[in-house]
Write a protein that binds this ligand. Structure first.
Ligand code: ATP
Length: 485
């Protein structure tokens, strides 16, 4: 019987969740859910200098926002809270001691200055720098002397001399590394905290992880981790190293890159829909069979096949994300799109926070007008600019339309028709347009373009009678008066 599929997403809380991290989390999630297995979240917080405030909360909050959940953990604020490595130090120590007792790990007292000098000398000799093994075989007396000097040891694993570490990677196929290319490396730092590559192995083993799926920035860590599996007599999990997500300048997305909008939180704050992000990220470095690109989460779970993971890096294309989000906005109900967009109009001071019934109806009609073309919630503010100001600006294209010979007659008639309207509804505006056509003999482009441009300042835009009705009688008449003066 195949053992249960158990995967994990293991971020360091050194920043916020970006599109690249989220892709790694999401593929683990799809892999687990497709196989009916388990997903585990583990926070790798041992590099304490690099941890940022709220890093953990933010990682968890935006995984959940995306719809990625996990199955077990000791809990922090809930049954399924993640595992935290800093809460597991005793466990790591137990295995460090086991290796020390077996002679597979040892104390090294070299200072950072001594290590640096060793490195420089190796580089000067044209050798690849690596730990020389100087403290591999210290006697008890030598160790005691270093202790007496007040030196604090780190602990290094003994790397075997000529072992080939090879595995069949879920993504990359056969991969191998030679042990001779590694010096004995540190498993416990001088401050007593285990290093990443050691803690990961203890955790992956104890958490019974069956498949380690991570970004290929980790590929050179895998042979080191295999050394720990071997030293502790444990079986390896399957490894899969997914290609990374690059930005449009072909640089790896990194938590520290502030030049592009790349954090999930930023997209949530801009009024993107979680389902759209989930859909978009699922297509980064993975493709379903066929041309279709819009799928629900359940469909992705059903279809997911690690054999279709791409072998070349995927580029994060913000325009494609905007397009996918616009598809989701079209599919969403008007209520959902209003709930998503209205707060942006309120934050921008366009509408009060507490709306009267009339204001709420007006805002709903306004948002409905743009629902089909919006790419995200925040965009409503710029899209609807013309509804909130008295004067509109006419650009070159607009002025060219307004310079038409028959335009003054059309606008004068239209203005007269609007003045007579009592209830300024889209239907009434439509009727006024018809009446203008009759009175002036102008139709088609010659009728609609001057009216559209004069009232909105734009040559393209949403449903015209609705837009004019929402701009309001007073403002529309003022615009026409200014133009006709
Ligand atoms: N650009 C990326 N594309 C895909 N996966 C990534 C990318 N960057 C990181 N990952 C993956 O995200 C997971 C969490 O990694 P980690 O928390 O170290 O984030 P990080 O973004 O690499 O951090 P930093 O940029 O600060 O080094 C790892 O599996 C890593 O391989």
């Amino acid at each position: 019987m195949m053992s249960e599929v158990r995967v994990r997403y293991a971020p360091s809380p050194t920043g916020h969740l970006h599109i690249g991290n989220a892709r790694t989390a999401l593929f683990n999630y799809l892999y687990a859910r497709h196989a009916g297995g388990k997903m585990i979240l583990r926070i790798e917080d041992t590099d304490q200098k690099r941890n940022v405030e709220n890093g953990v909360e933010s990682q968890m909050k935006y995984l959940e926002w995306l719809g990625i959940d996990w199955d077990e953990g000791p809990g922090r604020g809930g049954d399924y809270g993640p595992y935290f490595q800093m809460e597991r130090l005793d466990l790591y120590n137990k295995y460090v001691n086991e290796l020390m007792d077996n002679g597979l790990a040892y104390k090294c007292y070299m200072t950072s200055e001594e290590l640096e000098a060793e490195r420089e000398a190796q580089i000067a000799r044209g050798e690849a720098p690596r730990y020389s093994g100087a403290h591999r075989n210290l006697s008890d007396e030598e160790q005691a002397a270093f202790e007496a000097e007040g030196r604090k040891p780190s602990i290094r694993i003994r790397v075997p001399e000529s072992v080939t570490y090879k595995w069949t990677d879920v993504v990359k196929g056969d991969v191998s590394f030679e042990s001779k290319d590694f010096g004995d490396w540190v498993i416990v730092k001088q401050d007593g905290i285990p290093t990443y590559n050691f803690a990961v192995v203890v955790d992956d083993h104890l958490m019974k992880i069956s498949h380690v799926l991570r970004g290929d920035d980790h590929i050179a860590n895998t042979p080191k981790q295999m050394m720990v599996y071997d030293a502790l007599g444990w079986d390896y999990p399957a490894f899969g190293h997914m290609t990374l997500i690059y930005n449009e300048n072909h640089k790896k997305l990194s938590k520290r890159d502030e030049s592009i909008i790349q954090f999930i939180e930023q997209y949530a704050d801009l009024g993107y829909l979680p389902g759209a992000l989930f859909n978009f990220i699922s297509l980064l470095g993975w493709s379903p069979v066929g041309e279709e690109e819009i799928f629900t989460k359940d469909e992705f779970i059903e279809m997911f096949d690690a054999g279709r993971l791409s072998k070349s890096p995927a580029v994060f294309d913000q325009q494609k994300l905007a397009w996918i989000n616009s598809v989701y906005m079209k599919q969403a109900s008007l209520d959902e799109v209003v709930a998503l967009s209205l707060p942006f109009l309120q934050e921008a001071g366009r509408l009060p926070n507490a709306l009267s019934m009339e204001q709420a109806d007006w805002a709903t009609a306004l948002i409905a007008l743009y629902k089909e073309q919006m790419t995200h919630g925040a965009e409503i503010v710029t899209l609807t600019d013309l509804f909130f100001k008295d004067e509109v600006e006419y650009d070159e294209e607009a002025n060219a339309v307004l310079a038409g010979e028959t335009v003054p007659a059309v606008l004068a008639e239209f203005k007269a028709q609007l003045e007579a309207i009592e209830d300024f509804t889209p239907e009434a505006v439509k009727a006024a347009t018809k009446a203008t056509q009759k009175a002036t003999g102008q139709k088609g482009k010659n009728l609609f373009m001057p009216i559209r441009v004069a009232t909105t300042g734009q040559t393209h835009g949403p449903e015209l009678p609705n837009a004019i009705s929402l701009i309001g009688k007073e403002r529309v008449l003022a615009r026409l008066t200014t133009l006709l003066a």
